[in-house]
Structure formats: structure tokens, C-alpha cells
Design a binder for this molecule. Structure first.
Ligand code: ATP
Ligand code: MG
Length: 393
């Protein structure tokens, strides 16, 4: 009996003329992701991808499923037995493939999908025939169409018939690489890794920019960011991480500008430096983990002051989300436990006692003009460090 993985495409099915580009990209991403699991033939037909092991014996289907669950562009996936398109073969395959589950359950039902309309029986007829056979073979079973313990699914498709029980939800979204490149401003906090993941889900390839202020921030804080990006990369594929030295700049702001303005000026510097780097690394937008009203620098007024220096779109996928909604995603993508490790972020040093929640752009600019902005930006950009975050394999 041959076992394969059936993959159902997500939003790609709604695409028009450029659908093929999305499908090709998805197949390329799948290939890259599973290359260490074994050798596979990959076919696509009618919005379904067939992942067929070339050598069946040595495939770790559990590991394979884990990897498939982290590829964007997939709505559902399932492990299935593959047999020829005749009723006897389907009956025998179903009974044999699901022997273990069927022997111990009390109730079941059969659902059939016939996408190959040339197959002579209609879906209800297929279900009835298979159901009857299973009932004969397993005396412990009875049919329950409302709340069965096991639902056997039979799919009659182009290349054959398939039998499976549990189709699982995929990661959703669209394939990474179909949405251009953007640079995510990443801290060690809870929010920015979630923001990065959300944009990767929309097909965006990621570059990560991290501001570090040694000795106020420790090397462990930077390692924490690497650990977070490793988790994100399981979904997004490889990420280039750019670490930007921020100490000199922060010290100068502290020395020169009024305390109330410290955070907003610092954030404007972050955007200016990030967009210079973004251009250099072929990114068309920035991403941050801001959520409206979460802290003083994330009010509408503060964001307006920050965005006034932005010359490219700044995506804030968390802007309308509550903390508990963000935390739920952080747990799902397994970044939460790392994010809550207690290392300092450059944002948390020199924080003013009374940050302005309604900064006025003119005042901010006036205060900021006491600094040599261009020189400070240039200095930071010239002293970056690159770390390559590879997709775990
Ligand atoms: P996070 O949980 O992502 O740290 P936060 O709620 O702590 O967010 P802030 O510290 O105000 O909020 O930061 C807002 C956003 O600014 C972050 O989501 C991130 O995109 C960016 N940011 C903050 N600190 C850094 C940093 N050290 N390097 C790069 N970007 C940063
Ligand atoms: Mg933070």
C-alpha cells in the first residue's frame, strides 16, 4: 500500500491569471522545507498537491507533517493511502489502512468526494458501498452519521483514489516570496516576532533589524532575538538579521534633548536607520509590532510623529489587536516562552518618567534638531553586523 500526503491549497485557489506563479512558489517552498526528510515526487492538479515518497520505507510521516504545517499557502493537509480507482481496491485499502482505528472504535461514517467525474459511482453510492464493506469486516462497528468516532474519507481524483481519516489545518496565508521583501524591526519582546510571522503569512520575505545598546543591553538579549527569529524562520524561511549599534545615539539623545521627548526621538531614529538599511537590502516596507494605545509611543499622535520620517510603508499587523490575542499567536508559534525571558531591550533603557502621549511634530523636530541627525544615522548604518538565520531543517 502506498502512502502519500495530500495538500489542499488555501487562498491561492482564488487567484486569477497569476495562480501558476503562486503554485510554483509554494512547490519550491515545500521542496526546500522537506528536502532533509526524503525524496519526493511533487505533482499538482485541481488545487491539490500530491507529495509522493520515492522510497516509501524510510519516510518519517510525523516529521513530514510537522514541516508541512509550517508552510504558508496551505489550507489543509492529510496523510492518505493511495490505490487504484476501482471499488474493490478502495474497499480493501480502507479496511487494511485503517485496521487499527477501525478495530477499536464503535462508530464510523464514510464521506466521499468525486472530483474525477468519469468515475461511474456518485459520492453517496461510493460511501454506501465502502460503509457496507467495513460493517461486514468489523463487527464492533456501527454507522453514526452525526457523531462518528471515525470519519473515513474517500477521494476519487485524477491520479487515483485516496483513503484518509484526519485532514489537519495548514498554516493558511500565501507562499513566502510572493509578497515581496520587508524589514521587520525586531526586539526581544512578545509583539515583534508575532508581527514578523503575520507578514510572512502574507507572503513577505523577511529581513530583521535589531537595535542593540551594549553595554546597557547584554549579548544574551541579542541571542534571545536570534532564538526568536529561529522560530519565525521555521515558517518564513531564512532571515538575514541586521544588528545596529544604538548606544552612541541613545546617549547623545539623553545628553542633548529634553527627557519627555526621548522615546519619540529614538523611534524616529529607528525608522530612519531601518529604512536606509531596508533599501540596501531590497526591502519595500518596514514592519513593527506596535499595537494602538499599548504604550505612550503607540498612540495615534506618537505614531504620526514616527511615521513623519518614513518614506516607505510601515506595516503594523498588530495595530488593532489586544495583548491576549497577540499572546495567543506567540504561544501558537512557540515564541512566547523565549519572549518573556528577562533581558533588557534598548527601548527600556533611558525611558522617561513622563513620556509624551500626545507629542506635536513641530516640538519633536525642534528638539531633535539639536542633534546631527544625518551623521548619527550614517554612523549606525556603517557599523551594522549581519547574522544569517537559517530555516531549521
Ligand atoms: P515588542 O514586544 O515587539 O518589543 P513592545 O510592546 O515592547 O513591542 P516597544 O518596545 O514600544 O513595544 O516597541 C515597539 C516596536 O518597535 C516593536 O514591536 C518593534 O517592532 C520595534 N522595536 C522595539 N525595540 C526594538 C529593538 N531593540 N530593535 C528593533 N526594533 C525594536
Ligand atoms: Mg519591546
Amino acid at each position: 500500500m502506498r502512502e502519500i500526503i495530500l495538500i489542499k491549497l488555501g487562498e491561492i485557489v482564488l487567484k486569477g491569471l497569476n495562480k501558476k506563479n503562486f503554485e510554483d512558489k509554494l512547490i519550491k517552498n515545500i521542496r526546500e522545507k522537506i528536502e532533509t526528510v526524503g525524496e519526493f515526487e511533487i505533482k499538482i492538479m485541481q488545487s491539490t498537491i500530491y507529495l509522493i515518497p520515492k522510497k516509501e520505507d524510510d519516510v518519517d510521516f510525523v516529521l513530514l507533517g510537522k514541516k508541512i504545517s509550517k508552510i504558508f499557502g496551505i489550507a489543509r493537509y492529510t496523510r492518505a493511502a493511495w490505490c487504484s480507482k476501482n471499488l474493490d481496491s478502495i474497499k480493501e485499502t480502507a479496511a487494511e489502512y485503517l485496521k487499527k482505528e477501525l478495530s477499536t472504535a464503535k462508530t464510523f461514517k464514510v464521506e466521499s468526494k468525486r472530483s474525477d467525474k468519469k468515475f461511474k459511482l456518485k459520492s453517496p453510492e461510493i460511501s454506501a458501498a465502502i460503509g457496507e464493506y467495513i460493517l461486514e469486516k468489523f463487527s464492533n462497528l456501527s454507522v453514526d452519521v452525526n457523531r462518528p468516532e471515525i470519519t473515513i474519507t474517500i477521494e476519487i481524483r485524477d491520479f487515483g483514489a485516496y483513503v484518509h481519516v484526519d485532514s489537519l489545518p495548514g498554516a493558511g496565508g500565501i507562499p513566502v516570496g510572493t509578497g515581496g521583501r520587508a524589514a521587520v524591526l525586531i526586539s526581544g519582546g512578545i509583539d515583534s516576532p508575532v508581527a514578523a510571522w503575520m507578514m510572512a503569512k502574507r507572503g513577505v520575505e523577511l529581513v530583521a533589524i535589531h537595535f542593540a545598546s551594549p553595554p546597557y543591553t547584554s549579548p544574551r538579549a541579542e541571542q534571545k532575538v536570534v532564538a526568536l527569529l529561529n522560530k519565525v524562520a521555521e515558517f518564513s524561511g531564512k532571515i538575514e538579521m541586521i544588528t545596529v549599534p544604538f548606544t552612541v545615539l541613545q546617549e547623545q539623545i539623553k545628553r542633548t534633548c529634553a527627557e519627555d521627548f526621548f522615546t519619540i526621538i529614538m523611534r524616529r531614529f529607528m525608522i530612519q536607520i531601518a529604512q536606509k538599511l531596508a533599501r540596501k537590502y531590497r526591502c519595500k516596507a518596514l514592519i513593527t509590532g506596535e499595537s494602538l494605545g499599548q504604550v505612550a509611543s503607540q498612540t495615534i499622535n506618537a505614531i504620526a510623529c514616527t511615521d513623519a520620517v518614513a518614506q516607505m510603508p510601515v506595516f503594523r499587523p498588530l495595530i488593532g489587536m489586544d495583548k491576549d490575542e497577540i499572546v495567543a499567536i506567540a504561544r501558537k508559534i512557540d515564541t512566547f516562552e523565549t519572549s518573556i525571558l528577562p533581558y533588557e531591550d534598548c527601548c527600556t533603557i533611558f525611558t522617561p518618567k513622563h513620556p509624551k502621549t500626545k507629542p506635536i511634530l513641530n516640538d519633536v523636530q525642534k528638539e531633535e534638531s539639536k542633534l546631527n541627525i544625518d551623521q548619527l544615522v550614517k554612523l549606525a548604518v556603517e557599523n551594522i553586523k549581519i547574522t544569517k538565520i537559517l530555516q531549521e531543517n
